[in-house]
Write a protein that binds this ligand. Structure first.
Ligand code: FAD
Ligand code: MLT
Ligand code: ZN
Length: 473
């Protein structure tokens, strides 16, 4: 049995009572995940303001054997930042650890604390005429610490890579309360195991990330963006090859959308319109960018004209201004919100080798068509990275009983889709992580040798199992 009052009093003495939230109404928003799949309980939310305070909290939790759940912007999709229902775990919010510690234009780097909201990191880079390329629909609320902890992907991976590739150094409090100061801003550092890489993507199970030194790039000076209507995903893959050959690393985004995704955004999100007028079965949102003034619009138009001659596309709308570019991106970035508003949805964040996307989509869509009569497939995502959000939305979520019946079939639907992904040597979590949602899936699909190694690492760093218990492993 735990005694919440005694724990609150002890921790309050250690870091100051003003660093704790205790009132149920203050604590409540921290206890439910973004998708409202999980509702947890806690005896307090700790809001440290310095690394030293984080270290004291973690060391104390380790001594007391109190489970600790780190939380960033709470936009994660896998329930990783929500405590369990026992009420024994402490929720640690990083939101007040939010200083930009250093900006170094000459070194193309910056050091940001974990609680900095991603959009503010992007703005800080912009302020020194540099560019931080991580971009996600949730960037107004997710935090850089959460992005690192989940190794977030997003909209620019085709050019810049996942979060792991954007990080030079990391500072973290390890489960025994010691601070690992790995805040190097070096491009080359082969001094043994790469602890930074281990902590990135560890979803709060190996320590609390408190700050990171991030890579910056030159600011973008030109861009060309188009929404392209296509007949089928096979054309997307052919177009990807053509654009890569023509534009090289200037290709920074390559997103695939089905018609239903546009219809949902137009129905549920104010101000979204279809720039093409005529409906097409599928769309691509492509963007070329460059750090010097370059005629990218011509390059994109010429490449697409060549593709049209080969019947690889049906139509295209080019952004003629920054406003039109923003409208195209709004259309794409609103899809998750539109899907959420349209009712219950079963999400599958999968990846497979890019060239096999069309065959996978055919096979998996046919399965959904045969087995989920009350669902509609909304399959979109970062096709340039082989990453699909293969989501199935309920058709009639106003009927509560029908909705429950739909959700009850999730395990069967998930199993079929993930088994198919496995047969393509794909991943059952391309960018959203494992958290609590996919823990059993990881056991089923990960290599047993890899899982053993992961468990050994977890035991070695966190022998008392205090860091985010019940998540990932
Ligand atoms: P949280 O949700 O707070 O936490 C996520 C996990 O990280 C938890 O396990 C938590 O314990 C751990 N954690 C958080 N902070 C720390 C820390 N400082 N130290 C240690 N562990 C920590 N994701 C993508 O990858 N690509 C997308 O394109 C994308 N688009 C999205 C669009 C929308 C509209 C939404 C709502 C979400 C989207 N996401 C996407 C998912 C989500 O935004 C990312 O996973 C994001 O990186 C989570 O950051 P967060 O700060 O909200 O983390
Ligand atoms: C996206 O790419 O929009 C997200 O990762 C998927 C989602 O929010 O469901
Ligand atoms: Zn995504």
């Amino acid at each position: 049995m735990i005694d919440p009052e005694a724990l609150r009093a002890q921790l309050g003495r250690l870091i100051g009572a003003d660093r704790l939230l205790l009132q149920p109404s203050d604590v409540a928003p921290y206890l439910v995940d973004h998708r409202a799949l999980y509702r947890g309980r806690t005896w307090a939310v700790a809001l440290p303001r310095s690394v030293e305070e984080v270290a004291r909290i973690v060391a104390w939790c380790n001594e007391q054997r109190v489970g600790l759940v780190p939380q960033g912007g709470n936009t994660g999709y896998c329930g990783g930042a929500t405590p369990d229902e026992s009420g024994r775990q402490l929720l640690l919010s990083l939101r007040h650890l939010n200083r930009i510690r250093a900006l170094d234009a000459a070194n193309f780097s910056m050091t940001a604390e974990a609680g900095c909201v991603l959009a503010s990191v992007q703005q800080a880079a912009d302020g020194i005429e540099r560019f931080f390329p991580l971009s996600l629909g949730s960037e107004g609320s997710c935090q850089i610490g959460g992005n690192l902890a989940t190794n977030a992907g997003g909209l620019n991976v085709v050019r810049y890579g996942m979060t792991r590739e954007l990080v030079l150094g990391i500072e973290a409090v390890l489960p025994d309360g010691r601070v690992f100061d790995g805040l190097k801003s070096l491009r080359k550092d082969n001094t043994g195991y790469d602890l930074k890489s281990l902590l990135i993507g560890s979803e709060g199970t190996l320590g609390v990330i408190t700050a990171a030194t991030l890579k910056l790039w030159p600011q973008l000076r030109s861009s060309a963006t188009a929404l392209i209507g296509i007949a089928a995903p096979a054309d997307a893959i052919a177009l990807l090859g053509l654009l890569r050959a023509a534009a090289g690393e200037r290709l920074s985004s390559f997103e695939l959308l089905p018609r239903i995704a546009l219809e949902l955004t137009m129905r549920h999100v104010d101000g979204v319109t279809d720039p093409l007028g005529t409906p097409y079965p599928w769309y691509l949102l492509c963007e070329l960018t460059a750090t010097a003034p370059e005629p990218l619009s011509e390059l994109l138009q010429q490449t697409l004209a060549g593709a049209a001659e080969r019947s690889l596309l049906l139509d295209a709308a080019f952004a003629g201004s920054e406003r039109e570019r923003a409208a195209l991106w709004r259309l794409r970035e609103s899809v998750p919100e539109a899907q959420r508003r349209s009712g219950a949805s079963l999400k599958h964040d999968i990846s497979i080798p890019v060239a096999q996307l069309p065959r996978f989509i055919d096979e998996a869509s046919a399965w959904v068509g045969r087995h989920v009569a009350d669902g509609v497939l909304v399959c979109y995502g970062h096709a340039g990275d082989g990453n699909l959000h293969f989501n199935v939305n309920h058709l009639d979520s106003a009927d509560a009983a029908a909705r429950r019946a739909f959700l009850a079939r999730e395990p069967v639907i998930r199993r079929a889709i993930h088994d198919l992904v496995a047969s393509y040597h794909g991943s059952i979590s391309a960018e959203h992580g494992i958290g609590r949602l996919k823990r059993e899936e990881l056991q089923r699909y990960a290599s047993p040798v890899g899982l053993d190694a992961m468990r050994a690492i977890k035991r070695a760093l966190d022998p008392n199992g205090i860091m985010n218990p019940g998540k990932l492993l």
